[in-house]
Design a protein around this ligand. Structure first.
Ligand SMILES: *[C@@H]1O[C@H](CO)[C@@H](O)[C@H](O)[C@H]1NC(C)=O
Ligand SMILES: *[C@@H]1O[C@H](CO)[C@@H](O)[C@H](O)[C@H]1NC(C)=O
Ligand SMILES: *[C@@H]1O[C@H](CO)[C@@H](O)[C@H](O)[C@H]1NC(C)=O
Ligand SMILES: *[C@@H]1O[C@H](CO)[C@@H](O)[C@H](O)[C@H]1NC(C)=O
Ligand SMILES: *[C@@H]1O[C@H](CO)[C@@H](O)[C@H](O)[C@H]1NC(C)=O
Ligand SMILES: *[C@@H]1O[C@H](CO)[C@@H](O)[C@H](O)[C@H]1NC(C)=O
Ligand SMILES: *[C@@H]1O[C@H](CO)[C@@H](O)[C@H](O)[C@H]1NC(C)=O
Ligand SMILES: *[C@@H]1O[C@H](CO)[C@@H](O)[C@H](O)[C@H]1NC(C)=O
Length: 805
């Protein structure tokens, strides 16, 4: 140990001798180890190496890691001792050992991590952190002699400039392995690696065995299954392959951009870029797109749902096996049974037999077994008779499951999917037959009395409540009613009539005491405080326009947040456009809907005190009143939900087709993002079908590609919904088609403003022939991917000939 006073002196002494190489702040050398809160920083100041504590520092685990220097949120890109944390960094050290290896010694001077090289010829090795984020162990006298580098041993992050591939001779591969949870860098269960067969595709594996995602082969420009990953605009990907090795490298086109690709705890691989302006990581893309496509994400007896956050929940009768890990994003241990099954408790013949809980609309678990029995009752019996049977399903045959149920999913729209019968102890299902029977005897007499009491109470309560509601109305500004949760429960008959669901939560129909019909939206995933919530709601309440759904009131009790809107008897536009059994909207109505929606949006963008970006324009959010006047729903909610919004958006099924390229590229979002979504929606109003689901003679086409081509050829009539039999005003159709193509331009500066769209649709200004968006060229080759190749830097400017009449 050096004397505390001697050390600074020595340092000055050596500095003055001008031999800083071995003492440079970017390296560790034989007589210059690292410990405590010391760090080394790469020459250009991009990366730091040192001890760190992950997560919220509740445990006393320290690790050696590399993180970004210029990013304000501590973000590690590499960890040395993933599985062997140390507890006291001040007495531990990272040093060059006598044999030339880089080693980590804990407070007892025991080696807990090493670069593990067997023969290093030189005795002057140095560990240097480079500006690429690579930690290199090399010969100080000959820096080209690299013995070991962290780029060859990635943890969960793939940095630009490093290779991710395999050595075909030794079979050695670089894996990205997720952290165990957000607080623990130990290897988790998800990994990304190149095809071990040596082809040019990546796989994501669960526990190193089960592959649940593939990138598709590299075609020289892009991975066939994820064309958005390899835009020639943001990143350059390069593939190298010869007889000894194959790998990819990538680099951002803008060298100043800070980006990383991680195998996330969520089982998704994510590309993120750092936004200096907002000081946060923006998600550029993630795969698999659907969170529930991650194999067994929620563990045994956990069920995944795309509909709401959090994605995982335990099925009925089960609880989280490890609530702490669960909350840190690691649900791999899944859920455990609350009450043991009768069968396994072996308490003689007494007691209720196990029962089955009905779970409709499920994606069935994996590892099924089929049983040859006829009829669902025999299938139930077949399961009951085997103690290890945990569930069965009966549709065209009997299928049973033994042991853990893995990969369960609640389907987004309950009608799809199958019914699973989950075996539970009888006591978990209280309204089973035997229970009911017990109550019958006592029941009748009591019931009459109770009913009478309820009737009186109900009359009293409703009179009282009607009064109170009037009182609160007066008390609030903007005529917003403050509802009690209990009132809303009653008004909506305990949320029994669901009108729909969306990114923010489900909507239920209700009836006010004065017979007004309302729609109550139960908000999900809100994290802000009561006061902020009220402020935002009151702002939304002030926004009133004939083409916006009117907010009547709200409820805010603890975590329960609801918004109460006017009810729209004709439902949402998607049900009128896409449902085969619904009435066909004629052209005139469609044009009025297009114009009304544009006016509502223009009002939000231009007429409110603060510009409001809707962020989620799609037919589901256009509601129709009794006379088919369109009203935008869900405006202002993006701000309410705040940061989580981009996550919600990118994980919601169906929303992707309407997302502007800015969302996907992580660029700042302006009102032009709404213009893009509006354009996509216009095309659906024209064709009466979903853009992504259009098929011509069985061949899938992405409708916007067809649309821009037909518009260019001047053949707009072929785009019109066949159900209209050509019955449309051709001039109007041409106008709508052109404006839609302008709205979906890649470059937001080429898109018109909503105000201009209104003017075009009102025939106040003329519209030129639109250019074909570049993204659609790429899409023409890959019609399934709803992705965008944008060239935001060049191209024609947006033109509208103003022709005031
Ligand atoms: C580093 O640790 C020492 C004691 O170990 C402490 O005195 C010093 O303030 C720390 N420096 C920083 C920047 O935290
Ligand atoms: C930090 O961890 C402790 C213990 O695990 C937990 O109680 C606490 O809520 C965590 N805090 C945050 C901000 O996550
Ligand atoms: C180094 O080798 C030891 C013993 O062979 C092994 O236990 C350890 O995991 C290796 N460490 C690394 C980082 O490969
Ligand atoms: C290693 O260091 C010793 C002195 O510590 C020196 O004599 C020897 O030449 C060095 N070997 C090499 C290969 O540099
Ligand atoms: C690798 O190739 C072999 C033989 O060509 C094939 O059987 C196997 O399925 C392939 N594995 C993968 C993961 O593609
Ligand atoms: C493959 O490429 C690597 C790196 O360029 C090179 O070292 C190796 O010798 C090549 N192998 C063959 C068989 O050409
Ligand atoms: C049972 O598993 C097989 C193969 O994994 C699958 O093809 C089949 O659809 C499954 N059956 C049910 C009812 O889930
Ligand atoms: C119950 O199922 C397990 C798993 O298939 C099987 O091994 C066992 O023999 C079955 N028991 C009976 C009594 O059928």
């Amino acid at each position: 140990m050096s004397h505390p006073l001697l050390f600074p002196f020595l340092f000055i002494f050596f500095s003055s001798l001008n031999i800083p190489r071995t003492f440079a702040a970017n390296s560790i050398s034989t007589n210059h180890p690292l410990s405590g809160n010391q760090t080394i920083i790469s020459q250009g100041g991009n990366f730091v190496l040192g001890f760190f504590q992950p997560g919220n520092k509740s445990n006393h685990n320290y690790y050696i890691g590399i993180w970004f220097k210029k990013v304000s949120q501590l973000t590690q890109v590499w960890v040395a001792n993933r599985e062997t944390p140390i507890s006291d960094p001040t007495s531990s050290e990272l040093r060059i050992s006598d044999d030339g290896n880089l080693v980590l010694l804990n407070q007892f001077k025991k080696q807990v991590w090493s670069t593990n090289l067997t023969s290093i010829a030189s005795n002057s090795t140095t560990a240097v952190i480079l500006d690429s984020g690579n930690l290199v162990l090399r010969d100080d006298s000959d820096p080209s002699k690299v013995f070991w580098q962290s780029f060859d041993h990635p943890t969960d992050t793939w940095l630009p400039g490093s290779k991710l591939g395999m050595n075909k001779v030794t079979g050695e591969r670089q894996h990205l392995t997720s952290w165990k949870n957000s607080d623990d860098p130990a290897p988790g269960i998800f990994s990304l690696e190149i095809d071990p067969n040596g082809s040019s595709q990546y796989f994501i594996l669960w526990k190193g065995t089960r592959q649940y995602w593939s990138s598709g082969y590299w075609n020289g420009h892009l991975f066939t299954a994820i064309p958005e990953m390899t835009s020639n605009y943001i990143y350059n990907f390069e593939y190298f392959s010869n007889a000894t090795e194959n790998y990819f490298t990538y680099s951002p086109i803008d060298e100043n951009m800070i980006s990383r690709l991680v195998m996330d705890v969520s089982g998704q691989v994510k590309e993120l870029t750092w936004l200096d302006g907002s000081q946060q990581w923006m998600l550029f893309w993630s795969e698999p797109k659907q969170q529930c496509d991650v194999y067994s994400l929620c563990g045994p007896f956990g069920s995944c749902t795309e509909k709401s956050l959090p994605f995982c929940s335990c099925v009925k009768g089960f609880s989280e096996a490890s609530p702490s890990n669960w909350n840190l994003g690691d649900q791999s241990q899944g859920c455990v049974r609350n009450t043991p099954l009768q069968c396994s408790t072996k308490t003689s013949g007494r007691g209720d037999k196990d029962k089955f809980f009905i779970m409709p609309g499920m994606r069935l678990p994996v590892n099924n077994h089929s049983v040859a029995v006829a009829g669902s009752e025999d299938c139930e019996l077949a399961c009951l008779n085997n103690c290890s049977c945990t569930a069965y399903s009966y549709s065209n045959g009997c299928t049973v499951w033994y042991g853990d149920l893995l990969n369960l999913q609640q389907q987004p729209d309950g009608s799809a999917g199958e019914t699973l019968y989950l075996r539970l102890a009888a006591s978990e299902l209280p309204n089973s037959k035997s229970r009911k029977r017990r109550f019958v005897g006592v029941g009748v007499g009591v019931a009459v009395g109770v009913l009478a009491l309820f009737a009186i109470a109900f009359i009293l309560i409703s009179v009282h409540q009607r009064r109170r509601m009037i009182a609160t109305t007066k008390a609030m500004e903007n005529n917003l009613v403050l509802f009690k949760y209990g009132d809303l429960q009653r008004i909506t008959k305990n949320f029994s009539e669901k009108l729909g669901g969306g990114a923010f939560g489900s909507v239920f129909k209700g009836l006010l005491p004065d017979s007004t019909v309302i729609a109550a939206k139960k908000l999900e995933g809100l994290h802000q405080g009561e006061k902020q919530f009220r402020t935002e709601v009151s702002t939304i309440g002030k926004i009133q326009h004939v083409n916006l759904v009117r907010l009547r009131g709200f409820c805010s009790e603890g975590t329960k947040r609801l918004l109460v809107y006017d009810y729209m008897p004709n439902g949402s536009l998607d049900t009128k456009l896409f449902r085969s059994n619904s009435m066909v909207l004629d052209w005139k109505t469609r044009y009025q809907i297009a114009l009304g929606a544009a006016r509502g949006l223009a009002y939000l963008h231009e007429k409110c005190r603060e510009c409001i970006i809707h962020c989620d324009i799609k037919p589901e959010n256009i509601l129709l009143d009794a006379s088919f006047v369109p009203k935008l729903a869900d405006f202002g909610l993006a701000k309410l939900v705040g940061r989580d919004f981009s996550r919600v958006l990118t994980t919601m099924r169906g929303t992707r087709g309407y997302l502007a390229p800015e969302w996907i590229f992580g660029l700042p979002i302006t009102s032009k993002a709404d213009v893009y979504s509006y354009g996509m929606m216009l095309l659906e109003i024209i064709s009466g079908r979903r853009n992504a689901e259009q098929s011509e003679e069985g061949k899938k086409t992405f409708f916007p590609v067809l649309a821009v081509n037909k518009v260019t050829e001047g053949d707009v009539l072929s785009l019109l919904d066949h159900k209209l039999n050509g019955d449309a005003d051709l001039e109007e159709l041409d106008r709508v088609c052109k404006v839609a193509c302008w709205c979906i331009q890649d470059n937001e500066f080429h898109r018109p403003s909503m105000g201009q769209v209104v003017q075009i649709l009102e025939c106040a200004i003329e519209v030129n022939m639109p250019p074909i968006p570049r993204s659609l060229y790429a899409l023409a080759e890959n019609s399934e991917g709803l992705v965008f190749y944008s060239d935001l830097s060049s191209g024609q400017s947006f033109q509208i000939n103003v022709n005031q009449n």
